[in-house]
Design a binder for this molecule. Structure first.
Ligand code: URA
Length: 210
């Protein structure tokens, strides 16, 4: 197990993930479960956010009360499946800034190609959470993290639902400074690059496409 990997171990996450893995789960149920799991994962991903204090007055007396320090978080969705985790994270942190990275895999080179990038300003001063439910080969995630670093981001975490050992290895090798949070570490990738046992294509399952 990598030092920078956290498998978030909670009975509710395990239960909801089982419901998601079931191939008979309808898209609406799949999306709802992904949103619910992202709340539970997000709780762990954001556990060490720095706090400062603010002087407030409760109805009873004045106090120095804790409040998040620094600029708003940046949540960056790796399209398109990242949007499923993003929705739940925005429920948890409604004030977060949001970025999107669109990548596809070139059929010949098998390398990621960027078709869209829109990020919040001041990336170097924000905690940045990249969200992508499936960490398979890790190629596109490693590329996305490289682009985040090029935008100035320094404090980067990766939030994923399912990870394969190959993907963890690839991201840990190219970005050892990035902490990875996942709901489960699965067995391996199959010949088509799907996570086993996995849940299939997360984007297709979220959006009912094939
Ligand atoms: N992407 C998916 O959506 N599913 C996998 O199993 C691997 C990559």
């Amino acid at each position: 197990m990598h030092a920078n990997l956290t498998v978030v171990d909670h009975p509710l996450i395990a239960h909801k993930l089982t419901l998601m893995r079931d191939k008979n789960a309808p898209s609406a149920v799949f999306r709802q479960l992904l949103r619910e799991i992202s709340l539970l994962l997000g709780y762990e991903v954001l556990r060490d956010l720095p706090l400062t204090t603010k002087s407030i007055e409760t109805p009873v007396e004045a106090m120095e009360a804790p409040i998040l320090k620094g600029r708003k978080l940046a949540l960056v969705s790796i399209l398109r499946a990242g949007n499923g985790l993003l929705d739940g994270m925005l429920d948890l942190v409604p004030g977060a800034r949001v970025g999107h990275i669109g990548l596809y895999r070139d059929a010949k080179t098998l390398q990621p190609v960027e078709y869209f990038l829109k990020l919040p300003d001041h990336m170097s001063e924000r905690a940045v959470i990249a969200v992508d439910p499936m960490l398979a080969t890790g190629n596109s995630v490693a590329f996305a993290i490289k682009r985040l670093k090029e935008s100035g981001a320094k404090d980067i975490r990766l939030m994923t639902l399912l990870a394969a050992p190959e993907g963890i290895e690839a991201v840990a090798k190219s970005h050892p400074d990035v902490r990875i949070f996942t709901a489960a570490l699965d067995s391996h990738l199959n010949d088509h690059g799907y996570i086993v046992p996995g849940l299939g294509d997360a984007g297709d399952r979220m959006f009912g496409t094939k």
